[in-house]
Design a protein around this ligand. Structure first.
Ligand code: G
Ligand code: G
Ligand code: MN
Ligand code: NA
Length: 259
């Protein structure tokens, strides 16, 4: 595969870049941070999304140095936002982790090193792990996440609600945020929302809050969705209604608008 063989050189040549999509507090509409989403500016094919190359990077092991690069860039960016917007409260950064990064022995040391070197408080970092990566996870897999959580890093369960995980299992996971899959948000498109989706989201929010977990919703595209999800008690939202993924300075503009 041409893309696969081009990946290692792409990292050396700095062809990857990161777009940031704001995370918004549903209660008051303020920007609280952003999710980092990696892209590849390929010299022939133009901008490639993560779906095109993350699976290849996972397969070849390049995901470990690429993931470390994404983490370092993102932590640096969060630090810069915080310096420029001390008044906006500490803006936070969410970074996606592949399952292969979880099993890599350097994860905790690399993360600690990056946070310390750049000077970002661990509580300003959230690592997103998909629900499917943690289904049936044994203690060896959970240990590094647990250590990061003890340091104050938030762990979010991404795409929550699609993985058929045992809900009782949640207690065992060092997770502090549930990131509801976009499919639930889609059920809120009409007003009133799909009654089954309403019941499910109501149940998830109530379970999450009783376990002291935050709830983030993805894929919010309309004011009606945002309003229904706010009424249902979701805490944080992300989606095109607020902003598409974009360059880091977009967050400065958005955070300044509500400051
Ligand atoms: O960028 P886009 O909105 O198309 O995101 C598609 C998927 O790619 C998302 O589910 C996201 O979790 C994943 N993704 C984006 N950036 C990264 C990254 O840096 N590392 C990993 N492992 N996945 C990412
Ligand atoms: O980590 P995750 O796969 O959840 O990454 C978010 C993905 O969802 C990215 O591909 C991003 O571009 C996409 N996305 C973000 N906001 C919206 C939205 O409002 N609607 C839709 N359809 N997709 C979105
Ligand atoms: Mn994500
Ligand atoms: Na997701």
């Amino acid at each position: 595969h041409g893309l696969t063989t081009a990946l290692p050189a792409a990292l050396d040549r700095n062809e990857f870049f990161i777009e940031y999509q704001p995370l918004v507090h549903l209660g008051d509409g303020s920007v609280r941070g952003a999710e980092a989403l990696v892209r590849w500016l390929h010299p022939q094919h133009g901008v490639l999304g993560p779906d095109r190359f993350i699976p290849l990077a996972e397969h070849t092991g390049l995901i470990v140095p690429l993931g470390r690069w994404v983490l370092e860039q993102s932590v640096r960016q969060a630090r810069e936002w915080q310096e420029r917007h001390a008044d906006a409260g500490p803006l936070r950064i969410n970074v996606n982790l592949s399952p292969c990064q979880l099993t890599h022995p350097g994860l905790v040391a690399d993360t600690v090193d990056i946070l310390e070197r750049i000077g970002l408080d661990p509580s300003s970092l959230c690592l997103e792990v998909t629900e499917s990566a943690l289904i049936g996870a044994d203690d060896d897999l959970l240990k590094p996440l647990r250590r990061l959580a003890e340091m104050g890093v938030d762990i979010a369960l991404d795409d929550f609600g699609t993985g058929y995980s045992n809900l009782a299992n949640l207690r065992r996971l060092p997770v502090s945020i549930l990131k509801l899959d976009r499919s639930f948000t889609q059920g809120m498109q009409q007003f009133p929302a799909d009654p089954v989706d309403l019941k499910i989201v109501e149940g998830i929010v109530s379970l999450a809050h009783s376990l002291d977990l935050g709830v983030t919703v993805e894929g919010v595209e309309t004011a009606a969705q945002a309003e229904q999800l706010r009424i249902l008690g979701c805490d944080t939202a992300q989606g095109w209604y607020y902003a598409r993924p974009g360059p880091p300075d977009r967050l400065h503009e958005l955070a300044l608008v509500d400051a």
